[in-house]
Ligand binder design. Sequence first.
Ligand code: PLP
Length: 400
Amino acid sequence: AFRAADRISAIGVSDIVRITQAANELKRQGQPVIVLGLGEPDFDTPAHVIEAAQQAMAQGDTHYTVLDGTPALKAAIQLKFRRDNGLAFATNEITVGAGAKQVIYNALMASLNPGDEVILPAPYWTSYADMVLIAGGVPVVVPCSEANGFRITPEQLDAAITPRTRWVFINSPSNPSGTAYSTEQLRPILEVVLHHPQVWVLADDIYEHILYDGLAFATPAAVLPALRERTLTVNGVSKSYAMTGWRLGYGAGPKALIAAMAVVQSQATSCASSISQAAAVAALTGPQDVVAERCRAFQARRDLVVAALNASPGLRCRVPEGAFYTFASCEGVLGRTTPGGVLLRTDTDFCDYLLREFHVAVVPGSVLGLAPYFRISYAASMADLQEACARIQRACKALF
Ligand code: PLP
């Protein structure tokens, strides 16, 4: 019989996959299910990016590339960091992988010894914890209060740091809370890190361009340049340019770390797809107006969803600054009984109720590190969002 490795025994299939499967099963039975569980822009990849990929293929750009990124893509990434973040990186401080996810994975595999700790402010993207476990590390989850906008405080961070701490993850704007940190909010947190030389910062900037209300984006390496030599800045084209399927992400940081990450990558995938790398050059260096345009479209959806949630009895939702998620409290419906006679004890019970009775799939906060909340991904059409919001309101009213 097959015997799984110890390193994956603690992980299992993600709850988000379980919910998606349950939703798909209902769909197959003919139920009008609306899935608001996925972190995927519903837009198409811009036409000029697709053209660049076609051109790359036609020109024979179809071979293995340099391990951690083609010279053309590294130049485009240098330009992007200068243009958007005021950061200068040498080419040996830049790495390219099959998605931001692989870049983060490479960094953890390249840096963690068994028992090394990684601080994850919660709620967090579930993959962080699972990747830390696969790499032999220990996720240290720090619950961040809604009252502080789901941001970690300097005091919380200081208390969580031990001699075994290797990384603290900062994901702004955040999946799943939608929270973004301003420069002023980041600085005191980074100053704590500065005092602990064993600790590095992993800045996951993947939602950089999905930021609302004219807020300015802030990234740790730019906010506190003294920490630049201990910061890995991760980004990618998936969310900004609706390119999730192209699998292309990148990171920039100290060259010793980047070189260690290349060792991991060389034995895993060798390099990201040559065609996707060519496409990413076009995305990063081409016209950027599509980014702002789509951001405006997302903001209208955020406003719709937040207003609808706050008009639902028992729910409460702070206005997120970015990404395409809301993270609402469902504390007010716990202890209530559904018309079908089910007592709602947890956020998972509430999400199951929404799916079973109202055919809306969302993700409970308890699988994202903080309960009792639930996440909606509003990267969906306005029509679907309006219908889903109406169902959620009916579901909540039925409980009172
Ligand atoms: N980081 C966060 C916070 C995400 O939510 C996601 C995707 O859901 C990623 C990274 C992965 O992005 P990529 O498609 O570049 O691997």
